[in-house]
Structures are given as structure tokens and as C-alpha cells.
Ligand binder design. Structure first.
Ligand SMILES: *Cc1c(COP(=O)(O)O)cnc(C)c1O
Length: 234
């Protein structure tokens, strides 16, 4: 290896560039501003060293993790390494949050996309006040109303959003969904958009490696992409 070169055995930095270009093209093709679609690189299961090339070489600054414990093991290190080269990172929690992890989640993350029940809304509100830290918050909607899946059900979403605002003092800026694996994704993305619009919410986190091209024309402001950048997870 040449001195100063950064090892990237997964070729993630190159794939990242590809994905970015494809998103921009897709956005333009459906008449949207490419800058209005933010790429969240999903780095779950990968080590800090595997993620690093996408930061140092690829210039990626926004990442998603789905477990608090796992994020705790690598992001303080990655943030410090990024700071040393003048970069600031933004970390999104995209997996379920237990209320006993809320304290660590508020310490570690900048955005929590998985607010989905009263207890979490309440605990996050209290914890953000205690730490004097305002995170950006999204509510996860279980658009397929799947029994074991996280997210507020679509029929409870309006009331829950009102309670987040009025009872817990939370400014919810976006909605997030993960469509059922065995159904076409577009109707779920369209439903998320309808719920957002009628509640005056502007950000839509929808679309993953397999379905993001369907989410962009339906108004995704954020796509969460892992395996298309880092390769298949083992
Ligand atoms: C893992 C994960 C992703 C990324 O999935 P890929 O198919 O690897 O792009 C996006 N969103 C959530 C909530 C995830 O858990």
C-alpha cells in the first residue's frame, strides 16, 4: 500500500460515488432537486475501519446505525478520526429504541428516526432536556401494520404526532418507514407521504438499497442505503 493511501477492501468509497450519482440522476429524472434527497449511509455490522474510507475518501458525513450498543463501539472513534481531518459527522438511529437506552442514544446520535410510542417520546423529551441537547426526530410508521414490526400504526399516527407535539414538546420533523419485505414498496411510500402532508411534516425517510428508486419520485427527502454501498452483510 502506498503511504497515506486508505485501505478499502470492500470498495465502498467507489460504490458510494456510484450510488450518489444514481440518486442525483433519479432525482433529476423526476423533476426534483438532487440536493433535496439526502443519502444516509447505513453502516450497521461494519467495523470502524470498514466505514472509514467512505468518510476519508468518499466524503460521506451522514450515517445510520440500528443498534445503540453497536454505535457506541465505533462512532466515538469515527467522530474523533473525522474531527482530526476537519470533518463533522451526523449519526442517525434507524433501529428500534428501548427506553432504557434513551440516555445513551441522546448522547451518541444526532437524529432519531424511530420514535414510535408514547413511552419513548416521553423518555426522549426528558432526556434531551436533561442533557440540554435537541436531537432531530422522526416518527416511524408501520405502514404495513405488521404485527411484530416497529412503528406507530397508520391509523394512530395523527394522534401520536399531536401528542408528541402537545404533550411531550417534541418537534417531529419527519416520518420514516420500512415497507413489508414481501410487498411492492410504492404504496407504502405513498401512504407515508399522505400522513406527512396532512400533519404538516416535511421530511420523508424512505427507500433502502432495493427500493430507493421508487422512493425518490414519491418524495423521499432521505434514503437509507447500506448494502449497495458496503456490500452484502454477513
Ligand atoms: C439495514 C437498514 C437499511 C439499509 O438496508 P440496505 O438494504 O442494506 O440498504 C435501511 N433502513 C433500516 C431501518 C435498516 O435497518
Amino acid at each position: 500500500m502506498i503511504a497515506g493511501e486508505i485501505a478499502d477492501p470492500r470498495g465502498a468509497a467507489a460504490r458510494l460515488a456510484h450510488v450518489r450519482a444514481a440518486i442525483a440522476t433519479r432525482a433529476r429524472d423526476c423533476g426534483r432537486d438532487p440536493d433535496a434527497v439526502t443519502l444516509v449511509a447505513v453502516s450497521k455490522t461494519l467495523s470502524a475501519d470498514e466505514v472509514w474510507p467512505t468518510i476519508a475518501v468518499g466524503g460521506q458525513a451522514i450515517f445510520g446505525e440500528n443498534r445503540v450498543q453497536e454505535a457506541k463501539g465505533k462512532w466515538p472513534d469515527l467522530r474523533a478520526r473525522a474531527a482530526a481531518i476537519g470533518r463533522t459527522l451526523e449519526l442517525h438511529l434507524i433501529g428500534p429504541l428501548q427506553s432504557n437506552k434513551a440516555r445513551e442514544a441522546v448522547e451518541l446520535f444526532d437524529v432519531i428516526e424511530t420514535v414510535d410510542r408514547e413511552k419513548i417520546a416521553e423518555t426522549l423529551g426528558a432526556e434531551m432536556a436533561r442533557q440540554n441537547k435537541r436531537l432531530r426526530l422522526f416518527v416511524e410508521v408501520n405502514t404495513g401494520a405488521e404485527a411484530q414490526k416497529a412503528g406507530i400504526s397508520p391509523r394512530d399516527a395523527d394522534a401520536f404526532l399531536a401528542r408528541c407535539r402537545d404533550v411531550h414538546g417534541l418537534a417531529i420533523e419527519g416520518l420514516m418507514c420500512v415497507p413489508p419485505a414481501d410487498e411492492p414498496a410504492s404504496p407504502h411510500f405513498a401512504l407515508l407521504k399522505v400522513i406527512a402532508e396532512r400533519n404538516g411534516i416535511r421530511q420523508l425517510s424512505m427507500g433502502m438499497s432495493g427500493d430507493w428508486p421508487l422512493a425518490v419520485p414519491l418524495g423521499a427527502t432521505e434514503v437509507r442505503i447500506g448494502s449497495a454501498i458496503f456490500g452484502a452483510r454477513t
